[in-house]
Design a protein around this ligand. Structure first.
Ligand code: ADP
Ligand code: MG
Length: 245
């Protein structure tokens, strides 16, 4: 059975059909890339899945539960996680404190209980940091980390809620090729070892073809192709959208 099922999904802004009746599915343990030129509707699709935008039409189900109409918080509780950039206010906290914060928000504990509660969560946070190769930097402030390492911490934070599905909108934006590959290799490891499914967008075709299990290609709000990287690479419609007339 599919973990995520998107059916006839649509969203318009004024006269612009940002997403125009798309269908796709995602299985547990799959790394699915959503690609397409600027304005294709990738972010709009993401934001409908996480509940920040409400679909005009269609359905999005997670393991059979309808997500359309639910609040972002409820969708998050059902197991749809997403990576967030670490906000400036949190960059003065250490690496491990940022992950502890994420674990606490899952507990719905009050911020005033932070120091007492955090003690109990440090080892859980260190486990998550170990998973992303950042345990050795746990006690450094996030503000001093290399950019690629910040991205690893963001991934640990997203994993704190043990999501079934992780959404990553342009996770490697602004990264050098080496860092990109490291982050995607790590993401692939999470998919394999933890069984989490990942839906991600990505500009670099090298990265997409190297790491995605399957790809969905959008153009002007429509799904124009879908399949394994080998199929997509040679697909005439994809060639046209990316390189063509
Ligand atoms: P992508 O992420 O693939 O670049 P988007 O989903 O951001 O594409 O945008 C799809 C289309 O919807 C574009 O034409 C964009 O201008 C339009 N759009 C997206 N968000 C809004 C919005 N909040 N208000 C108006 N138009 C929007
Ligand atoms: Mg976008």
């Amino acid at each position: 059975m599919s973990l995520l099922k998107v059916e006839n999904l649509g969203k318009s802004f004024g006269g612009v059909k940002a997403v125009d009746g798309i269908n796709f599915e995602l299985k547990a343990g799959e790394l699915l890339a959503l690609i397409g030129p600027n304005g294709a509707g990738k972010s709009t699709t993401f934001n409908m899945v996480n509940g920040q935008l409400k679909a005009d039409r269609g359905s999005i189900t997670l393991a059979g539960t309808e997500l359309v109409g639910l609040q972002p918080r409820d969708i998050w509780r059902l197991g749809v996680g997403r990576t967030f950039q670490i906000a400036a206010t949190f960059s003065s906290l250490t690496v491990v404190e940022n992950v502890q914060m994420a674990l606490l928000s899952q507990d719905k504990k009050l911020f005033s209980l932070w120091s007492a509660a955090a003690k109990h969560r440090r080892s859980d946070a260190l486990d998550l940091l170990d998973m992303v190769g950042m345990a050795s930097q746990a006690d450094r402030p996030c503000s001093v980390l290399a950019y690629g390492d910040v991205k690893r911490v963001e991934l640990a934070i997203a994993m704190a809620n043990a999501p079934k599905l992780l959404l990553m909108d342009e996770p490697t934006a602004g990264m050098a090729p080496k860092e990109r590959n490291e982050l995607m290799a790590l993401t692939k490891k999470l998919v394999t070892e933890r069984g989490v499914a990942v839906l991600f967008t990505e500009h670099s075709m090298d990265v997409v073809f190297a790491y995605a299990d399957r790809m969905v290609v959008l153009a002007r709000g429509r799904l124009i192709a879908e399949g394994k990287p080998d199929v997509i690479r040679d697909h005439p419609k994809v060639q046209e959208v990316y390189f063509g007339s």
